[in-house]
Design a protein. Structure first.
Length: 268
């Protein structure tokens, strides 16, 4: 990864709004109040509208419309609303690069987030932390596209076999998109656990010590890239990672969520 610092010198990093920085700071505060998170989001009317729009999406499965941040928090939880607000900020902050379809990119990112949340719940991890990290996992690919568009085009023209994009990036660059994202969120002062998880996501069993979040993100990335979602695909996932996480395959097959149950921020 000797060229990773050079890549960050050569690209213009997205500018995050102050509301996003304020929300990131609350990630370090285990005792943050609901009112504080609500008030941070409420400072930005556009962001508030986007959060409410996403909270009312079909993926939420709610039977009545959510019209206020207080109602959104009451219905879905403070952590969910905070991570949704952060995802909306990043959706706007990152310009799409040539060679990637914006809607498909964000649909894939939301699928990764949803699967990460589900897998984390199966082993008693923080589901919201996993959701946020899963949503951000591919952001590094946008930075790669800015710095090395020809390499990105070569990587993307290959068949999208789960797990192979990371291998192609490693071969071409010496690092992967998730490691680029890890460096990005480190500079944005995200919690260390999220930084370590993203850094390990493409090769979780090589990380020492083992990062459970990295393992969860690895499996979530595989699932997000799967051409179809049926219980049988669990047999195609990396068994060594499943074993390291001590996930129960029977539970995975019986409780596997469908992509249409996840948040969709592709239109935000």
């Amino acid at each position: 990864m000797s060229d990773l610092p050079s890549m960050f010198k050569a690209v213009k990093l997205p500018v995050m709004p102050e509301v996003a920085h304020s929300l990131i700071r609350t990630l370090h505060d285990e005792d943050v109040s609901i009112s504080k998170v609500r008030d941070i989001i409420a400072k930005d009317p556009t962001l508030t509208a986007k959060v409410l729009r996403a909270a009312n999406s079909a993926g939420m499965g709610l039977r009545r419309e959510i019209g206020t941040l207080d109602a959104a928090i009451a219905m879905t939880g403070m952590s969910q609303v905070r991570t949704l607000a952060l995802s909306a900020c990043m959706n706007v902050a990152f310009p799409m690069v040539a060679g990637l379809d914006r809607a498909e990119f964000w649909r894939n990112s939301m699928a990764c987030a949803g699967y990460a949340h589900w897998l984390a719940g199966g082993i008693g991890m923080d589901g919201q932390e996993a959701w946020l990290a899963g949503m951000m996992a591919r952001l590094g690919e946008l930075i790669i596209g800015q710095n090395a568009p020809a390499i990105l085009a070569e990587i993307e023209k290959q068949p999208h076999i789960p797990g192979d994009r990371w291998k192609r990036e490693q071969q071409a660059l010496g690092f992967t998109e998730t490691q680029v994202t890890a460096e990005l969120v480190r500079r944005w002062h995200f919690p260390d656990e999220i930084v370590r998880g993203l850094d390990a996501a493409s090769s979780p069993l090589q990380a020492q010590p083992f990062s459970r979040l990295g393992g969860v993100l690895h499996l979530a990335g595989w699932l997000a890239d799967m051409p179809f979602i049926e219980p049988v695909i669990m047999d195609a996932l990396p068994g060594d990672v499943i074993a390291a996480l001590e996930l129960n395959l029977d539970w995975m097959r019986s409780r596997m969520p469908q992509p249409d149950s996840f948040f969709d921020v592709s239109a935000l």
